[in-house]
Write a protein that binds this ligand. Sequence first.
Ligand SMILES: [Zn+2]
Length: 101
Amino acid sequence: MISRARRLELFDFYVLEKRCPICSNWPRAERPRRREEIDVIPIQGGICGRCAMAFVKSISARVTAEEHKAVQEARREERSRGLYRLPSQVLRDIRSKAAKH
Ligand SMILES: [Zn+2]
């Protein structure tokens, strides 16, 4: 367990939640849902740690080696047909197809 002062020091590049431009104007209970919709973060001024973590989670995914290969192959095939989708969209399709089998 680290002290509050040490924790504040480690995370001082984040702003406090009450000053966060993304979530501070939302009721506390609705902030987690608001954070799922973050598609852009401001370059200046900073955001709170919770919004930063939610943003990173939304743009990254943990995949198995098989899923990684399947996403690469699917995107290569789609690009050859002129279709450009985000890897996260392709991964969602691959997972939903796998869940049906
Ligand atoms: Zn925030």
